[in-house]
Structures are given as C-alpha cells and as structure tokens.
Design a protein around this ligand. Structure first.
Ligand code: NAD
Ligand code: G6P
Ligand code: MN
Length: 445
C-alpha cells in the first residue's frame, strides 16, 4: 500500500499526541512514511514534538519525524496537511468567552460573539496554511478542523475556491458514538445516519441499522427525551467529551430536543436555543478556557514533559484519541478512493433544496479520490430553515467584515446572532473584542 507523508499544522496542540497515537494505531489502513509538525510557536510545539518523537521511535521507527517552524520544510513533500491551529491560543479563547459574559451574553469558543471574534482571527491563519501547501505540495489535501470551522469554511469558499481543503468537525462523530452505545451496537459503522445543518448547528433526521435498514429514530428519541445523549461510558471512562462540562452538555440535549421531537439536535444548539440557561450556569470569572487550561492543557503538557524526562513511553501516559479516527477515514478515502460516507462542510449547491446555494452546510458526503460527493438532503422544515438562515447570514457577514475591513458588517453580524439581545449590547461587545484583537483582526473602518 502506498505510504503517505503528512504535516500536522498546530503541532503544539493539546490534541496532537492523541492524534499521533491514533495514527500509529491505524497504519495498516493508512500507512505513513513521514510525519511532520508545524507550528508558529516553537517552544510550545517542542514539548509536544519531543514526546511524540519518542513515541514514534518506539512504536514505528521507520517513520521519519521532523518538527519545524519553517513553512518550506513543513509543507514540502506532503500528501496531507492536518490542521488544528488556534490563532491567539487559549489566552484569546478566554477573552472570547469572558467579554460577552460581561454583558450577560453566551461566551463560547465557536458560537455567538466569541466565535465571531475567533473567526476574525482564524481566517488569515488558515489561508496562510493553504498558500504554503499550494506553494510546496500543490497536489496535497488540507484536512481542516481548526475552528470556527463554519466561518473558516465560508472564508475559504470565497477566497480560495479551487483549493483542496476539506473542513470537518468531530461533534457529530462523538454524538454518533453515543448513539451506538444507546442502541447497544458496537461501532459507528453499525448505523447509517442522515444529518443536515451548518457546522455546530445541525440535526439528525434519520438513523438506521446498517445491516437491516431498520429505523432506529424511535428508540433514540425515547432515550434522548429522558437522558439527552449522556451514556454510561461518559461517566465511567476518560475520553475527550467525557468531563463534567461535556456530560452536562450531553445531558442538556434533552432540553433542546423537545422543541422539535422529530429530529435529534447537535449539542451546540444549546447556545442558541437555551442561551439564558447557559449564561445562568456559566461562571463569568472561570469559563471553559480556564477549565481546559487547568485540565487538558496541563495534563497533556505534563505527560509530554514526563515522557521526555524518562526518554521512554510506557503507553499509559497519554490518552489515545480513538474517536479521532475519522481523520484517518477521511485521508484514507481521499488516498484510496473508498467512497466512505462522512459528514463534511461543503457548499450547498442545491443539496438542501430550499436553502441558500452558496451556504457552507454540514451534510453526508461520499468521499472519493476527487473529493466529496454530497448526498441530497431535499427540503428542510421551516423551523430549522429559519434558524439556519439567520446563522448563515451571521457567518457570511463576518467574512464580509474581514474582507472589507468593515466595522458596520461586524456589528451587524454580532447583532444578528441569536445569542445577542440588541444592537446596543452587540456594539459594546464588539468594541471590547476589537480592543483586545487589534493584533489579529484586519483594521476595521
Ligand atoms: P492549542 O492552543 O492547544 O493548539 C493550537 C496550536 O496552534 C498552538 O500550538 C499554536 O501555537 C498553534 N498556532 C496558532 N496559530 C498558528 C498559526 N497561524 N500557524 C501555525 N500554528 C499556529 O489548541 P487546541 O485546544 O488543541 O485546539 C486546536 C484547534 O482544534 C482549535 O482551533 C480547536 O477549536 C480545534 N478543534 C476542532 C475540532 C473540530 O471539531 N473541528 C475538534 C477539536 C478541536
Ligand atoms: C468539540 C467540537 C470542537 C471544539 C471542541 C471544544 O469537539 O466539535 O469544534 O473545538 O469541542 O472542546 P473543549 O473541550 O476545548 O471545550
Ligand atoms: Mn467542531
């Protein structure tokens, strides 16, 4: 089987070690000859890279490994760029979350004003990765999961329309793993799902047994009505979406489910449909960014330093991100033309019949060596359509604002977000966000 060369952009990410362990676990179907790390923070990346080098040497010494901050070294001779950068790092995520909360508005990484601020930072970062890839490895694919994926996807659709970039999210995958557990099946391929929406803003409208075609929605509805998506393994096992905060989010799916019992919602809809409850339950002085810095970030970096210190990897220091094997599924499908069915963020173009053809929507696709072939969704109900029209306008206005350097468009974007009560509050939040984002956003006039 032909071996691939990959670069992980955002080598210093908290997710990198888990992804390396997962890639090493799947070499039989996605063989690798080279793994490179690229980051613009040398010091941060080095801690992760030193540990990963020890792991790779131990588990698969024939794979060549390099960590670099030099774009030419990083992007030359690669088949795939796997990108998870966070422009502004956790310091800026904390501000994205805390500034809206000052005004009683949801403060979240990808939703509402915080997500908009993050979008204004991420666009240039991801465009830069595309340009490096096209300069040094023009045939490669960029698999992007850097957030906010919805805004990044709209920006790359407009600014790099012919580039080989695919945007993907792990939230539906994680929820589908829970559906499998709820249904008593073993693995995700035991079910076939239909889903539509925008990124972090969508619904399942069909779940079937892969073997028999049996409709599994009635059984799922009954469970979700009582428990949301929370399952036993969330409480018992250490896994990515398994801490108390995620458990609460999974449980809360029951409170958003009730407004449309026909479909099953993405957990992220809580920020839009239950904004008041979310704000009430958030400590404005200690938000999710603080939790992540005090747990995942601290634990991953301590584990990496310990591996480096003893110059050995025993196998239990870091958590393997098995759920992230969707990244391997995607790369394998592109490399070996597998026609795997996956949810991707693609241009609508009539896939959702009664929705803006230029919107970037998250829908099932068959993934071939030539890219994704989206599957038709048909017409969607008025409730979802209404919500999506509003949200897609927010995302498009953010990209307008970024392209035009327009204060007015960004004010409109924040005002239009369902999480924000008025243009007055929107303006206050915008002014505070702009003040701290001067280094990252284009100048606004
Ligand atoms: P992190 O801060 O630990 O890692 C991000 C890394 O990116 C840092 O090492 C940083 O130095 C680097 N970086 C920042 N700007 C860069 C640039 N312009 N060029 C190169 N490197 C740059 O963050 P994390 O919590 O591990 O998350 C990483 C990213 O993955 C975030 O964007 C997060 O939102 C995203 N994510 C997405 C999904 C999904 O469903 N799509 C799932 C999980 C995480
Ligand atoms: C899910 C989403 C990602 C998001 C992450 C945040 O995985 O799909 O897009 O980045 O959650 O998780 P955290 O634990 O950092 O709050
Ligand atoms: Mn996501």
């Amino acid at each position: 089987m032909q071996k691939s060369s990959i670069v992980i952009a955002g080598g210093g990410s908290t997710y990198t070690p888990g992804i390396i362990l997962m890639l090493l676990e799947h070499l039989d179907r996605f063989p690798l000859r080279k793994i490179k790390f690229y980051d613009n923070d040398e010091e941060r990346q080095k801690i992760v890279a030193d540990a990963c080098e020890i792991i790779i040497k131990k588990q698969c010494p024939e794979i060549e490994f390099i960590a670099t901050t030099d774009p030419e070294t990083a992007f030359t001779d690669v088949d795939f760029v796997m990108a998870h950068i966070r422009v502004g790092k956790y310091k800026m995520r904390e501000l994205d979350e805390k500034i809206p909360m000052k005004y009683g508005v949801v403060g979240q990484e990808t939703c509402g004003p915080g997500g908009i601020a993050y979008g204004m930072r991420s666009i240039a970062g991801v465009i830069e990765l595309i340009d490096y890839m096209e300069k040094y490895s023009p045939d490669a694919w960029l698999l992007n999961y850097s957030n906010p994926a919805a805004i990044v996807a709209e920006a790359t659709r407009r600014l790099r329309p012919n580039s080989k970039i695919l945007n993907i999210c792990d939230m539906p995958i994680s929820i589908e793993n829970n559906m499998v557990e709820i249904l008593g099946y073993e693995k995700r391929s035991d079910i076939v799902t239909s889903y539509y929406g925008l990124n972090h803003f969508g619904w399942w409208n069909d779940v079937r047994c892969a073997k028999t075609g049996k409709d599994l929605m009635p059984q799922l509805r009954e469970y979700v009505r009582e428990n949301g998506y929370l399952v036993q393994s969330d409480i018992e096992e250490a896994k990515q979406h398994g801490d108390n905060s995620w458990n609460e989010t999974y449980r809360m799916a029951k409170d958003i489910y009730v407004v449309d019992p026909e479909t099953l919602p993405n957990t992220y809809l809580k920020y839009y449909l239950l904004s008041d409850t979310v704000v009430e339950h958030t400590d404005p002085e200690y938000t999710r960014a603080n939790q992540v810095m005090d747990t995942r970030e601290k634990e991953v970096f301590e584990a990496c330093l310990a591996i480096k210190e003893k110059d050995d990897f025993e196998g239990n220091e870091l958590m393997m991100d098995e759920h992230a094997s969707y990244i391997v599924d995607l790369a394998t499908a592109l490399k070996f033309n597998t026609y795997a069915r996956m949810l991707l963020i693609v241009e609508n173009n009539g896939i959702i019949e009664n929705f803006d053809p230029t919107a970037m929507v998250e829908v099932p696709c068959l993934v071939t060596a030539n890219g994704p072939e989206p599957l038709s969704v048909g017409k969607i109900p008025r409730f979802q359509k209404g919500l999506m029209e509003e949200q897609v306008a927010v995302e498009k206005l953010v990209v307008d604002a970024w392209e035009e350097g327009s204060y007015q468009k960004l004010w409109q974007a924040i005002s239009l977000s369902k999480t924000v009560p008025s243009i007055t509050v929107a303006k206050k939040i915008l002014d505070d966000l702009y003040e701290v984002n001067k280094e990252y956003w284009p100048e606004l006039k």
